[in-house]
Design a protein around this ligand. Structure first.
Ligand code: MN
Length: 259
């Protein structure tokens, strides 16, 4: 098995090191990850400056770009082969609900998925790496199981996995969930720079708004590993009919002689 491993916290982050150590014997695992922290970069690609790839002493390769850049470069030339699985993480903090839109951890996995390769994004629900060993062990179990059971399909798949920061023995079984929703993000933080200019810092993510049973928020609060299968089509399928009527009604106004 050939596995491409990336993340968004940077190639030196404890999460990717722990995940590499946990899965390295499951196949040929190659790391291509951002040089610096690229959290919240979603699927951004770097189009207006060159990307460089360097190799660290431990064999990890790092790129002066985004998580999606790393996977994109790896899949379109750097690796020279097509991996069986793209794995991302383990992220320092939750990627649940609306987080998945912004997440670079999910972005790296999604880039693999967009290239037709099954992919899994792993995150711990709290920042700070508490019980990272347990999350890595759970990640290994899931990767091993998916490699054994889910690689023969025609279509790629994309899993978003959030692991509570608990000791291994206290983690409850993996549960398939839908994404919850968060409240709007907290206020922007403004400060005055030493030069007298106003600086703005993006505020924290909002608290959970929809954490009902069946969501990733609910499952992780109960101590479960939350597994959410994702897809990328942003179309509002339920709204297509209603929008078709609205848009048709917005055609040229009759009787004005204008077209
Ligand atoms: Mn991150």
């Amino acid at each position: 098995m050939k596995i491409l491993l990336s993340n968004d916290d940077g190639y030196q982050a404890p999460g990717i090191v722990a995940l590499y150590e946990a899965i390295r014997d499951l196949g040929d695992v190659e790391v291509v990850a951002p040089e610096h922290n690229n959290s919240a970069k979603s699927n951004a690609l770097t189009l207006h400056s060159p990307l460089y790839v360097h190799e660290a002493a431990n064999g990890f390769r790092y790129v002066n770009g985004t998580p999606a850049d790393c996977v994109h470069v790896a899949l379109t030339g750097l690796l020279g082969y097509r991996p069986d699985l793209v794995v991302s993480g383990i992220n320092n903090g939750a990627n649940m609900g609306d987080d998945t839109i912004y997440s670079g951890t999910v972005g790296a996995a999604m880039e693999g998925y967009l290239f037709g390769i099954p992919a899994i994004a792993f995150s711990q629900t709290q920042k700070g790496w508490a019980h990272l060993d347990a999350a890595a062990r759970k990640a290994r179990e899931l990767v091993q199981h998916m490699l054994a059971t889910r690689l023969d399909g025609e279509l790629p798949w994309l899993l978003n996995v959030n692991v509570p920061n608990l000791p291994y023995e206290q983690l409850k079984p993996a549960k398939v969930c839908r994404l919850g929703r968060r409240h709007a993000a907290e206020k922007v933080i403004s400060q005055t720079s030493p030069h007298g200019d106003t600086m703005y810092w993006i505020g924290g993510a909002g608290p959970a708004k929809d954490d009902a049973e069946g969501t990733d928020f609910h499952a992780t609060m109960q101590g479960h590993v939350a597994v959410t299968p994702l897809k990328v089509d942003l179309t509002d399928h339920d709204g297509l009919g209603s929008w078709a009527q609205s848009v048709a009604a917005a055609g040229p106004t009759r009787g004005t002689g204008r077209r």
